[in-house]
Ligand binder design. Sequence first.
Ligand SMILES: Nc1ncnc2c1ncn2[C@@H]1O[C@H](COP(=O)(O)OP(=O)(O)OP(=O)(O)O)[C@@H](O)[C@H]1O
Ligand SMILES: [Mg+2]
Length: 330
Amino acid sequence: MIESGHVLNVSHLTVDYGNENTPALALRDVSLSVDPGEFVGLVGESGSGKSTLAYAILRLLHGGRVVEGSIEVSGQNVYELDSNHLRKFRWETVSMVFQGAMNSLNPVLTVEQHIFETIRAHDESVTLTALRSRTDELLDMVEIDKRRAQHYPHQLSGGMKQRVVIALAIALNPKLVIMDEPTTALDVVVQRAILDRIGEIQKRQRFAVLFITHDLSLVEQIAQTVSIMYAGKIVETTPVEQLLTGTLHHPYTRGLLNAIPELLEDNVAISSIPGHPPEITRLPSGCAFHPRCLYAKDECRMSPPILKLYAGSWIACERLPELEELYSDQ
Ligand SMILES: Nc1ncnc2c1ncn2[C@@H]1O[C@H](COP(=O)(O)OP(=O)(O)OP(=O)(O)O)[C@@H](O)[C@H]1O
Ligand SMILES: [Mg+2]
């Protein structure tokens, strides 16, 4: 086993939800790595494969198969773990805040009981005193008043429920926490407060985060690296400072950036990307983004582009060498 140094290393991962006659490739040749303590944002439109990647990492794909590639967490191939190790791996090494998780808290359990159950599932011998003190610590971290420990989910606001879910995800000190749209259902102010809190805890506890969202503006303030996904492929991976200052991005990333008013200079108009993402059973040939791309030409319809390193960013675009010129002509 080669220790890669990354806490997460996804390599050339392809996931198929289809069958022999009709493939439905939700992920295509996805490579992504996360360093210990790093905060990586994974951004893409609905249906781009973000949750599928999260499920694949935890070996929780239902109806989908890994048809190519590998996933290593802390140097261990996730798909080679036996059931004992897999159980420990989930939550102790990697935990997840599932999409919509705040609505799946058990209505008959108090906040405290949720935390106790999570910890006990991995350590049956833990004492009640230890459970209580860990609960206090966790609630403190996510800024929930200790008195809430005795409350049931229906007695909490959406923001509080989401904080409880985050407390559960970090309860066992994992090395990596995957957060799948953890704040989407909340209003902007609560969203921002939770995000800031996640950032603070993450720095203090030194775990890595893979933060999944459709909202690029949400991660640009907190992530160190951002990967942009389109139709099951990562089209760009870029350091966040490059995202905001660099001019050279994949045309899709550029489209996403142009839709964020606060990132635009005064004289630039907000624009959205015309068209819709494709169905995964009917992917366009070549670069899947080509039907929506302002710069597509014949070669883009031929073969899928591969990620190439350009000025600090990995970008998958056949027209990469010409992009700077194309953008400046606009
Ligand atoms: N269990 C499944 N069976 C068949 N197809 C699936 C299944 N789960 C997801 N898909 C398909 O795989 C593609 C990727 O879905 P996924 O849920 O990973 O996207 P997402 O980026 O998380 O979207 P959202 O932002 O809406 O949560 C979609 O086309 C979806 O319809
Ligand atoms: Mg999803």
